[in-house]
Design a protein around this ligand. Structure first.
Ligand code: UD1
Length: 351
């Protein structure tokens, strides 16, 4: 099949829009399905600035069976990347049913619609959060499920459902991609992360301090048993994550069965190391204050990446310095996200 069409749920969001860029670069044609509740349709225009192709947008909810049937009928879809979902841990504690509805019932509705359409290749965006608080790092995919909040449990439930499906019907090819901490932006400076409201995550927060929108970063605890006392995570460039989706798509389409794979770099970086890297990238001082630990935070974890290498032939290629440089380029050119007049394409931009 030439240039297969891939349905990308959540394709207007941070990771989804970068996945569209990677799909187009690999010769696929993304079709985006998104409610735009937590994303912006203008990201797709930016995808076209980078690639020359603007993915069509189907604006609907992944739980809407009739709308899904229309999308499959209208486009000759070969496979699905399922990134749509809710992802704020704190909010999942206060609204668990909302999270089970969107994340679990949404995935179920999607799988049923795929079955009706005869499309049986699915890449699911999961999360390292399925491992819970304190597994030994590097974390292998064989570590047990131990999610500690409703958000994490929605990911576990969908992974289990998909594993049962793949066991029951050999026509399905499924990959669950367990993201560690995706950060960075497309190196053109045209596409990046713009949280609605105050950012929960570290790097968007640091970027807003660097650009002068916020006064200082609060470091959530410096008394952990880590080399500098601050939390350690496996930050991975969003374009590496996007390319991981393409590798998983090829694998699932060719081999079938069900695979769960970590998408990380295999290296941890502390909060202070990320702040220093961002200072180097931006040439600006990042003011910080040390606050108490954030409830529910684990001290340190990072991925074992051997399985991704062996099974997908994928590994992360971009460094922490590049993640920060790309985030900074995006932040500087788009301090108000996609509201900004479209910036010029950075000279060194490539897909
Ligand atoms: C969070 C989610 C995780 C999700 C991931 C997506 C929680 C508890 N976990 O992971 O489920 O998959 O985002 O990327 O929300 N930090 C500060 N100051 C800040 C913000 C963060 O010091 O203002 C620290 C945190 O304590 C942590 C590190 O920075 O050590 C990374 O935090 P964050 O970016 O929020 O990601 P995670 O908590 O790892």
């Amino acid at each position: 099949m030439t240039n297969p069409k891939i349905l990308v749920t959540g394709g207007a969001g941070f990771i989804g829009s970068h996945a569209c860029v990677a799909l187009i670069a690999a010769g696929y044609r993304p079709v985006v399905l998104d409610t735009l509740v937590n994303s912006d349709a203008r990201s797709l225009r930016r995808v076209s600035r980078i690639t020359g192709v603007e993915p069509p947008l189907v604006r609907c909810d992944v739980r809407d069976a009739a709308a899904l049937d229309c999308a499959f009928a209208e486009h000759d879809i070969a496979a699905v990347l399922h990134l749509a979902g809710l992802k704020a841990v704190g909010h999942s504690v206060s609204d668990p049913i909302g999270y089970y509805d969107v994340n679990v019932a949404g995935s179920l509705a999607l799988v049923r619609a795929m079955e009706r359409a005869g499309v049986r290749t699915l890449i699911f965006s999961s999360s390292a959060t399925v491992y819970g608080d304190t597994p030994r790092s590097p974390i292998r995919e064989s570590a047990p499920y131990a999610a500690v909040n409703p958000y994490g449990r929605t990911k576990v439930m969908v992974e289990r459902m998909l594993a049962d499906l793949a066991r029951a019907d050999a026509r399905w090819g499924i990959a669950c991609l367990r993201f560690f901490n995706p950060i960075g932006a497309h190196e053109s400076g045209l596409l990046g992360e713009h949280p609605h409201g105050p950012p929960d995550n570290l790097v968007p927060y640091i970027s807003q301090v660097a650009v002068g929108e916020r006064a200082h970063v609060v470091v959530h605890g410096n008394d952990y048993e880590t080399p500098d006392g601050t939390g350690v995570r496996d930050y991975v460039h969003v374009m590496d994550v996007a390319e991981g989706h393409v590798a998983a798509l090829r694998h699932a389409a060719d081999r079938g069965g069900m695979l769960a794979v970590n998408l990380g770099t295999g290296c941890g970086a502390s909060v202070l190391e990320v702040i220093s890297a961002f200072e180097r990238a931006s040439g600006r001082h990042i003011a910080l204050r040390v606050g108490p630990r954030r409830p529910g935070d684990a001290p340190a974890y990072w991925a074992d990446v051997q399985h991704a290498r062996d099974r997908l032939g994928w590994c992360a290629r971009r460094s922490l310095d590049q993640m920060c440089a790309d985030s900074w380029r995006w932040q500087l050119a788009n301090p108000h996200g996609f509201d900004e007049r479209e910036p010029a394409l950075a000279a060194r931009a490539v897909i």
